[in-house]
Write a protein that binds this ligand. Structure first.
Ligand code: SF4
Length: 414
């Protein structure tokens, strides 16, 4: 199925509430009183109910058939059971779930109350993503997490007892105090947990987290001086790919690994450029308009919401929207597709964007293949292992290519 033929939707809902703020966190999330939770869910309910009218007004397809829902954050498991029920009742009243729809909720270990777990199961949640980050207690706790390995193991037992077996565990390579031995211990614990999916991220150092700011300033708060260097983090990432592969958890995306058949259906939507509606704080959507007979007319809408909670709650319009030109769609097709181990099929891009639009990128592919960053075989282009480590540099090469620029017709912003 091509992206254009997709008649199902994924729904992402951001729940930006956390019990405490992790030192490395660069998400729009925070610690808010429970009274804000109800107000926030009230706003989400309004946005869900008005999404169809909004889509009609700006002439984008909003499929009512839903095959994936993802509650991320933040820590959605902090919502009270009645709010979880209200949210899912509203989603189901406005959209039609496939019988096998994947319904994921992100949870923090030790922060899933029994009654919340009951409410999640009753709402149809069948997949949980647990933010473990490290199985080494001192590493988890020094980064602001509130759990221990024993708590993670207890949560896994409770989730399975509740019937949820499709579980993802997140790990971060590069936490303060992490060594190759302790990293291997976390990987072994994840493998021993027998989960079908794992996400492994390399620590991001930027000004959007307390730890990142401290590292950039050369300070020692949050154990910044104990964060492994870039080379060590890159070796840890490679160590993860090898260890997880040996255990049958094959890499299918730069940061994601799974047993056969357990790739995240929802997250695949992002990389395959298939439509999704994102609601809540700092969420984004990708929706398609009916295709025009003129190929140069933009037909992909990207929509984002505010990352400021007060602004989001007070905004009259749910979404800020930008129509993406064919040129920027083609750029995205390269750098989102290259994230996947399956790679990019050149013939697919040529049929979607035209032969001449793709040609300049093929010269880039040849050059990066010579540099060992890409592999081009049988009409499919993939990142090499080195390319995955330097992926942002690779993606940069696909921006602003000459012939692509000729396709740029306009950008509209409302
Ligand atoms: S639980 Fe997640 S969203 Fe919340 S502060 Fe920690 S990393 Fe950020």
């Amino acid at each position: 199925m091509t992206a254009d033929q997709d008649n199902a939707l994924g729904i992402y809902i951001s729940i930006p509430f956390c019990r405490s703020k992790c030192t490395y966190c660069n998400f729009a999330s925070g610690v808010y009183p429970a009274s804000e939770h109800a107000r926030y869910v009230g706003r989400l309910v309004g946005d869900l109910e008005s999404a169809g009218v909004w889509a009609g007004q700006i002439n984008v397809n909003l499929p009512r058939r839903v095959d994936s829902v993802y509650l991320g954050g933040g820590t959605p498991s902090l919502l009270a059971p009645d709010l979880i029920d209200h949210l899912f009742t509203t989603i189901r009243a406005n959209f039609h779930f496939d019988v096998d729809a994947e319904v994921t909720v992100e949870c923090a270990p030790g922060q899933i109350a029994d009654e919340t777990l009951d409410a999640l199961v009753a709402a149809g949640v069948n997949r949980v993503s647990l933010g473990v980050q490290s199985f080494i207690d001192r590493e988890a706790q020094s980064s602001g997490r509130l759990h221990s390995r024993a708590i993670v193991e207890d949560d896994l037992r409770r989730l399975r007892a509740a019937g949820i077996r499709n579980i993802n565990l997140d790990l971060i390579a590069g936490l303060a105090g992490q060594t190759f031995a302790s990293w291997q211990e976390s990987l072994d614990a994840l493998i021993g947990a027998g989960v079908p999916h794992a996400s492994v991220y390399m620590l991001e150092v930027d000004e959007d987290s307390r730890l990142g700011r401290e590292m950039l300033a050369g300070g020692v708060r949050y154990h910044a001086e104990l964060v492994p260097n870039d080379d060590a983090i890159a070796r840890m990432y490679t160590q993860a790919i090898d260890s997880l592969a040996t255990a049958g958890l094959a890499q299918y995306e730069i940061s994601n690994f799974c047993l056969p058949g357990f790739a995240s259906r929802h997250n695949l939507r992002y990389w395959q450029r298939r439509p999704y509606l994102g609601l809540g704080l700092d969420a984004s959507s990708m929706l398609r308009a009916p295709r025009s007979s003129r190929a140069e007319i933009p037909n992909v809408l990207r929509a984002t919401t505010s990352d400021d909670l007060t602004a989001y709650l007070g905004a009259s319009q749910p979404l800020e929207t930008t129509w993406h030109s064919p040129a920027s769609q083609l750029e995205e097709a390269w750098f989102l597709g290259l994230r996947l181990n399956a790679g990019v099929r050149v013939a697919d891009l040529q049929s979607e964007f035209g032969l001449s639009a793709v040609t300049p990128a093929l010269e880039v592919v040849s050059r990066l293949a010579e540099e060992g960053l890409l592999l081009s075989e049988g009409g499919v282009v993939r990142l090499t292992a080195r390319g995955q480590l330097l992926s942002n540099d690779v993606f940069q090469e696909f921006l602003g290519l000459a012939n692509v620029a000729e396709l740029v017709p306009q950008q509209m912003r409302s």
